[in-house]
Design a binder for this molecule. Structure first.
Ligand SMILES: CC(C)(COP(=O)(O)OP(=O)(O)OC[C@H]1O[C@@H](n2cnc3c(N)ncnc32)[C@H](O)[C@@H]1OP(=O)(O)O)[C@@H](O)C(=O)NCCC(=O)NCCS
Length: 136
């Protein structure tokens, strides 16, 4: 079952992010801020979450994580399919490290395509790949 997170899910989201990334790339306060924001929604399903910020007809995927115990079981894919049904959204955007082949494979399978590369975008010098998916 996929559900929209509430502010009470902060510890669950933090735990999943910390486990998925080895150490969360964002401080807990970022998730607290997002969960309180009317523009941002986090969707939770079976050990994973996807955060999405919507402005008019565009939606930006702000974070994606699945706990290692639940990876490779279709969890991320299922949450994304739920999000693609969001009303009024015609374009989904996201940013992924050029080094994160697993996440890129997920996004390509879901229909995202690269539209721009930000060179040396991350603090460690890695490039960021900007991807989009248009909805008819
Ligand atoms: C990337 C991540 C969110 C994928 O979540 P997941 O629930 O394991 O992904 P799914 O099981 O839904 O994968 C669906 C498809 O995506 C692709 N995919 C997912 N993870 C992959 C990996 N590690 N390597 C290659 N392909 C992968 C596959 O095509 C897969 O389909 P298949 O199982 O039929 O082969 C998860 O590995 C994760 O949390 N990683 C650490 C955090 C991270 O990198 N977040 C994204 C930052 S942009």
């Amino acid at each position: 079952m996929i559900r929209r997170a509430t502010t009470e899910d902060i510890d669950l989201i933090w735990h999943i992010a910390d486990a998925a990334f080895g150490s969360s790339p964002w401080p807990k306060s970022v998730f607290e801020h997002d969960l309180a924001s009317p523009r941002t929604a986090y969707f939770i399903g079976d050990g994973g979450f996807v955060g999405v910020t919507t402005i008019l007809d565009e939606a930006e995927i702000v974070s994606v994580a699945v706990h290692p115990d639940y990876q490779k079981q279709g969890v991320a894919q299922n949450i994304f399919k739920h999000i693609f049904n969001m009303k009024q959204v015609t374009r989904f955007l996201l940013e992924v490290s050029a080094k994160n082949g697993g996440a890129q494979a997920l996004y390509r399978k879901l229909g995202f395509t690269e539209y721009y590369r930000r060179e040396k975008y991350y603090r460690n010098g890695d490039d960021a790949i900007m991807m989009e998916k248009k909805i008819d």
